[in-house]
Design a protein around this ligand. Structure first.
Ligand SMILES: C[S@@+](CC[C@H](N)C(=O)[O-])C[C@H]1O[C@@H](n2cnc3c(N)ncnc32)[C@H](O)[C@@H]1O
Length: 298
């Protein structure tokens, strides 16, 4: 199962501990990816119980299906957006769950595949769709959106202070021909703002690529909708773990958990987000930006 090696699940020990898993539990893994966390969860709940795994990425889901085949009696997978988790749980005739995990963002499996167009380090089509059956690609935004909308995306989803200059360069370039590859866009951004990024740790295209990815996949809307729904399905005492990889998502999770607490629906277990240990970061540098927040339903 070589593909599994392309994505190491982050903070597995913490997730397993904080979900307080027991044999026979019903668990929702809203972002099953390649099934890394699910593998550990299933080992804890087997031989009964159930794990419902959702992912928007059909290719990832197929890898997870093979990997988790040994648990096929208690593991059900759905190709869907987690914002529709209510419908998916109803389809599975599950009224209540004992634990839920969201490990949001993209997987290394998606980043590493140049054809998916997520990475400015690999040349590929400017795509960035997690669900390859959805209609909007990054190239549509870059080549068709109005200046004001493009500026807003790069500013708000990328927190990129040079959003105006980058948008200006994109608009100038696309007058001649559409921008269609990741390399072309990354080089253009470097031309636009490279000099200001000389002494920064990140590549000049990092923030714009993040912004486009969030816009293509409507990532922030999806997590807001899903968090609004998931609590209704949790049993009393059930835990919800959310791992996020950038501050925009983490902020949403943090405020939503506070609201739930203020509404008397449960308690925030992690007053500060948990982060990966130094050992894990050494082994898996992607875990460096992971933040885990945990909520317990009353
Ligand atoms: C960080 S990976 C999860 C990795 C997984 N925990 C593992 O151990 O293999 C995030 C996954 O969430 C999926 N995803 C992101 N947003 C989603 C959404 N709104 N609905 C369903 N899946 C989503 C991505 O396609 C990706 O496979």
């Amino acid at each position: 199962m070589k593909n599994c090696l392309l994505h190491k699940p982050v903070m597995v020990d913490e997730v397993v501990e904080f979900l307080c898993l027991k044999k026979g539990y019903k668990v929702l893994d809203a972002t099953i990816g390649l099934g890394g966390h699910a593998d550990f969860i299933l080992k804890k709940i087997q031989p009964s119980g159930a794990l419902i795994g959702i992912d928007r990425d059909k290719a990832a889901l197929e890898i997870a299906r093979k990997r988790l085949n040994k648990f096929n009696k208690i593991c059900k997978l759905a190709h869907a957006n987690f914002k529709d988790l209510d419908k998916i749980l109803k389809d599975q005739r599950i009224e209540k769950i004992d634990a839920a995990l969201f490990d949001i963002g993209i997987s290394s499996y998606q980043i590493e595949d140049a054809n998916r167009g997520f990475s400015f380090e690999r040349d590929g089509p400017l795509d960035m769709r997690m669900d390859q059956s959805s209609p909007l690609r990054a190239c549509d935004i870059v080549n068709k959106y109005k200046r004001i909308d493009l500026e807003e995306i790069i500013r708000d989803f990328g927190e990129e202070r040079y959003f105006r200059r980058i948008t200006g360069f994109i608009l100038e370039r696309r007058k001649n021909k559409p921008i269609s590859s990741t390399r072309e866009l990354a080089q253009l951004i470097e031309e636009a703002v490279g000099k200001w990024y000389k002494f920064q740790k990140i590549h000049p295209a990092t923030r714009t690529f993040q912004a486009l990815r969030i816009a293509v996949n409507r990532e922030l809307d999806n997590i807001k909708i899903a968090l609004g729904k998931v609590l209704d399905f949790l049993n009393s005492g059930a835990r919800l773990c959310v791992i996020s990889f950038h501050s925009l998502e983490d902020r949403i999770v943090k405020f939503r958990f506070k609201e739930f607490e203020a509404e008397g629906r449960g308690r925030v277990v992690t007053k500060k987000p948990l982060t990966a240990t130094a050992d894990e970061i050494r082994e898996n540098p992607r875990s460096r930006s992971a933040k885990l927040r945990v909520f317990e339903k009353y």
